[in-house]
Design a protein. Structure first.
Length: 249
């Protein structure tokens, strides 16, 4: 990929993101039991596993919505575990949440503007919206349309576009194909490939293993709050035993 920023970071050899032995609980209920993983600059990495395995919890913990009870999360070598979500965004991590969560009674344009809440000037917001529109002309065509009237796939693109408004280096995507038809899911994954081609590193949670491995180069398999395997995407696709043991695929 011809992205000097990404290549420079990779040459430096550091992880963009590193989780070391991260434990997270919801009240008294433990959800992550010592998750360790890494993401290199320029990668698309997938987290896969059955319902309740801890994939979304992992993303929510990285983005600052949950606080680890133990362990370390490093972004560019800097500890971010337990940091407030707005500071995590300011450092360059954005999350597009599960179930899309667009504001249905607001236009595409207004939804995108909300994603730029850290921008200091109106001109900067306009500039960023123009960039998102250039990348996703479908959103531009619908910029006055109320988000609630968009198709499921378009709402997903809008949710991702809104996350891109903070110009993240790491984009966290939670189930981008949830509830979409196979054709729309394919469009959303094309969209993810395009974002990646523009130099954004992606950490993706995806229930559909084949979709996930069509876009990711590497995957971590989760089971009951633990990482039970790490494979490159091609290796995982050729491991039917692992796929059926943990994913029923
Ligand atoms: P899914 O695809 O179903 O979201 P997941 O792998 O993302 O699965 P998590 O949502 O991270 O799994 O859930 C991990 C564990 O934490 C599960 O046991 C789940 O029931 C629990 N959990 C998730 N969210 C909450 C919450 N808000 N309060 C209490 N427990 C929760």
């Amino acid at each position: 990929m011809a992205n000097p920023i990404v290549q420079g970071a990779r040459a430096a050899g550091g992880h963009l993101l590193e989780m070391k032995d991260v434990h997270v609980s919801y009240g008294k209920t433990a959800a992550l039991h010592g998750v360790s993983l890494t993401v290199q600059p320029g990668e698309v990495v997938a987290l896969i596993g059955a319902n309740g395995a801890g994939k979304s919890t992992t993303l929510r913990t990285i983005s600052g919505l949950l606080r680890p009870t133990r362990g370390e999360i490093l972004f560019d070598g800097r500890g971010i575990g337990g940091m407030p979500a707005d500071r995590v965004v300011a450092l360059g991590i954005a999350q597009s949440p599960e179930e899309r969560h667009v504001w249905p009674a607001m236009s595409v344009y207004e939804n995108l503007s909300l994603g730029a809440y850290l921008c200091k000037s109106a001109a900067e917001i306009e500039q960023r919206i123009a960039k998102v529109y250039a990348r996703f002309p479908r959103l531009k065509e619908r910029h006055r349309q109320l988000a609630g009237t968009l198709s499921g796939g378009e709402q997903q693109m809008l949710a991702i576009g809104r996350a891109l408004m903070s110009e993240p280096r790491l984009l966290l995507l939670d189930e981008p194909s949830l509830g979409l038809s196979p054709r729309m899911a394919e469009e959303v994954f094309d969209f993810v490939r395009e974002i990646h081609a523009h130099g954004v590193t992606v950490l993706l949670v995806e229930q559909n293993v084949h979709n996930a491995l069509s876009v990711a180069s590497r995957a971590y398999v989760f089971e009951t709050g633990r990482v039970v395997a790490e494979r490159d995407a091609a290796g995982l696709l050729q491991d039917p035993e692992l796929l059926s043991a943990y994913l029923g695929a």
